[in-house]
Design a protein around this ligand. Structure first.
Ligand SMILES: Nc1ncnc2c1ncn2[C@@H]1O[C@H](COP(=O)(O)OP(=O)(O)OP(=O)(O)O)[C@@H](O)[C@H]1O
Length: 712
């Protein structure tokens, strides 16, 4: 593939060198004085090491005849973003971005640089279609047209700062599952997916660790740099048009950080896609990987152009870069507020204001002289052709043909721009079939759950300890009248443990999975129905089997009625309670944003169920005002059903001298007022609750997980 833009002349180079005399006069001296730094940046843009694997096709922008008619892949103009902030008792709007414009071309890497709090992540999120809340204005176009959210999010890979991946999956499994979920099973064979994953691992230099686990703070896995590359690999499986990376180097040592940035540059060039990334403090090698840098300070655009030109530009504004200082550090110093003293703060404020206004002025001047630094004819040219002469010629041509441009210089409706809209441009890429997606998610959940050692240990420990504790506490109850209390107590203990046990274990794993889902959901990776049902498919058998083990064991250790119908009835009722509890766990987990709050709410829910479950207070003696709570407690129906099953037909032995004697189990049921519903009715109500709570859990998930991003 022909690479067009390496070391290209850029709009700002035109601005600084040709539109303002003061700049052009200083540019020569600056290149002499800072020749080494500038040369270094330009020369460090090393040739691209491409991978010629066939699994990832190269991109040819529609409507563009290769490099001859380049147009921005993504263009943004006058982007303004404000949020509501509370200051003591007053609420006011704070503007985080002030009318930012720019564009990124296929094959180009743009670095967003600026001091902390400059608005880099905010701008990146807006460009990636991931901004929530606040007031957003301006215009962003993708391939010359307004973004269609469903299409855009599947054509753009967003690599978050936090790597959201399952720590127990291997590198290969992580990328493979992403491929299986994001590539339609009708369009790609398994072999093609395997080839694509291999190609991505090769390109990202991950092949040697493909069998290593991702790992996390608790379990050792691949290194930070490798993990970041896996995140990038996950984004690449759909063969996106653009990669957006938020701080891909954060937390990495300089070697790993450089490698990540270099790989992004190589992939960008070799695949002809575009990349935008925020980087906190790049070293000179990393800076050299950016075709252009967008410098932000206090939400204002300070510079946008090749890094090498930024040195000239800063000098032309009276801020020369000291010899041998890392230019990125210099830019960030120049753009940072200096809080050391009120005077320093004021001086730094004035400097930032000056830089932002100068750049805005340079752009306006450039636009006035028709060199069109943003949008306009210029963008239809290959970057290499953007010499001042070429630009001037193009501007002249524009004048004669009367080409229209918008106020921001973007020619959104020009068919020359990206060619006529293609039918499939607006259609989201085909997705995996529902069943295939469910199978893949269930498989991934099964692997991650079964490899979750802490979780499995907790479940196993709970099963064994409950079996031993309750089995020994209620060992061989017999049929004496005293066994009434023990039988009732045993069913209460079983109800209590099944609910608390399931909630505490599954809420935790669900939160981990939900965090990853929310991140994957942003890319439209899969449907909510498949995500939810996969959870049930994996969690339910595990919860049921582990609980059955202690239930059956305790049943026979306690010597409850060994009648097969009674055993199965009690087991069925117990299972219904497990299903309802899991559904409520998923409902609370879906609805509540934080695990801490969810665990408090779920503990409160279970406690309420148990209090109104018919054991602690006589079911018939409750105040009418709170009696209804009994009827919304699944524990009440299951407890009543199990007590009914056990005591029906039970003959009890009364001691001769004991004045009080209840000889028939049926009388016990009446005494405790647990005869409001038959066993069958308890089961049906329990099943109804299971279905209802599952439905509510799914709706809560849909509602909470639905992205509420702002689009312009
Ligand atoms: N939703 C919000 N409400 C209020 N203030 C916000 C919100 N989002 C961001 N900010 C503020 O806007 C400014 C820019 O934030 P942003 O995260 O974009 O900066 P940044 O340049 O990425 O910083 P860093 O390099 O430290 O991550 C910061 O001062 C931040 O506190």
């Amino acid at each position: 593939m022909e690479l067009c833009n390496a070391g290209a002349q850029h709009p700002l180079a035109v601005n600084t060198a040709n539109t303002a005399p003061s700049i052009s006069s200083s540019s020569e001296s600056s290149s002499q004085r800072y020749g080494s730094t500038r040369d270094f940046i330009e020369q460090s843009a090393s040739p691209v090491e491409t991978y010629s694997g066939s699994a990832m096709p190269e991109k040819t922008p529609p409507g563009a005849g290769g490099c001859g008619q380049r147009a921005p892949l993504l263009a943004w103009s006058n982007v303004q973003y404000s949020v509501k902030v509370k200051n003591k008792e007053q609420t006011s709007m704070r503007t985080l971005l002030h009318g930012i414009s720019g564009e990124v071309y296929p094959g180009e890497v743009v670095g967003l640089l600026g001091p902390s709090g400059a608005g880099k992540t905010t701008l990146l999120n807006i460009l990636a279609g991931r901004i929530e809340g606040g007031v957003l204005s301006g215009q962003v176009t993708f391939r010359g047209r307004r973004r269609v959210p469903g299409v855009f999010k599947r054509r753009v890979a967003y690599v978050e700062q936090e790597d959201m991946m399952y720590p127990m999956l291997t590198v290969e499994e992580t990328i493979m599952f992403a491929a299986r979920l994001r590539l339609a099973d009708r369009s790609y064979t398994q072999l093609q997916k395997v080839e694509r994953v291999a190609s991505i691992m090769h390109q990202l230099r991950l092949s040697h660790v493909k069998g290593s686990k991702i790992g996390d703070a608790l379990s050792r896995g691949v290194s930070g740099g490798e993990r970041k590359r896996v995140s990038i690999g996950v984004g690449l499986v759909t063969d996106p048009d653009m990669i957006v990376l938020d701080e891909p180097t954060s937390g990495l040592d300089s070697n790993s950080a450089e490698m990540v940035v270099e790989l992004v540059r190589d992939i960008t060039r070799s695949r002809g896609i575009a990349s935008i990334m925020t980087v906190h403090q790049p070293n000179a090698n990393m800076l050299a990987c950016f075709d252009r840098v967008l410098l932000l300070s206090q939400g204002r655009l300070v510079f946008f152009g090749p890094a090498a030109d930024a040195i000239d530009y800063f000098e032309s504004r009276g801020y020369p870069c000291p010899l041998r200082q890392n230019p990125a550090d210099f830019f960030i110093d120049m753009m940072s507020l200096n809080n050391r003293s009120p005077q320093d703060l004021e001086a730094s404020r004035r400097r930032i204001e000056h830089l932002a206004q100068s750049f805005s002025g340079a752009k306006t001047a450039a636009a006035g002289e028709r060199s069109l630094s943003y949008g306009g004819l210029y963008e239809n040219q290959p970057l290499a052709a953007r010499s001042p002469a070429a630009v001037a010629a193009a501007a002249g041509a524009s004048a004669t043909t009367g080409t229209a441009s918008t106020a921001a210089g973007l020619r959104m409706n020009d068919s020359f721009y990206w060619g006529a809209p293609e039918a499939d441009d607006e259609a989201p890429p085909e997705r995996a079939s529902w069943l295939f997606e469910l199978r893949t998610l269930a498989q991934r959940d099964a692997i991650t759950t079964l490899r979750h050692f802490t979780f499995l240990s907790a479940v196993g420990l709970n099963t064994v300890s409950v079996l031993l504790l309750l089995g020994l506490l209620f060992y061989q109850l017999g049929n004496e009248v005293e066994s009434i209390q023990n039988r009732i107590g045993l069913f209460f203990a079983l109800t209590l443990n099944s609910t608390y046990g399931v909630m505490s274990h599954y809420l935790y794993v669900y939160y981990k999975a939900k965090d990853i889902m929310l991140s994957e959901r942003g890319s439209g990776s899969y449907r909510m129905t498949t995500f939810y049902i996969a959870k049930l498919v994996v969690y339910l058998p595990l919860a049921v089997l582990s609980s059955w083990i202690y239930f059956v064991g305790i049943y026979f250790m306690a010597g409850l009625q060994p009648d097969a119908v009674k055993v199965f009835s009690s087991l069925a009722l117990f299972t219904v309670l497990l299903v309802v509890t899991l559904a409520v766990t998923l409902m609370v987990g879906s609805f509540v944003n934080t695990y801490d709050l969810a665990s408090v709410i779920s503990a409160l829910t279970v406690t309420t169920w148990v209090i109104f479950g018919g054991h602690l207070a006589n079911a018939g003696e409750l105040l009418p005002a709170i009696k209804w709570m009994q009827y919304i407690s699944p524990a009440f129906y299951v407890y009543e059903g199990m007590v009914n099953t056990e005591f029906t037909g039970l003959e009890l032995h009364c001691k001769a001298n004991n004045g009080l004697c209840i000889a028939r189990g049926d009388d016990v049921i009446r005494l405790y007022k647990l005869d409001q519903f038959t066993v069958g009715q308890c089961a049906v109500i329990g099943i109804g609750m299971a279905l209802g709570y599952n439905m509510l859990a799914y709706l809560a998930l849909r509602w909470k997980a639905k992205p509420k991003y702002l689009w312009i």
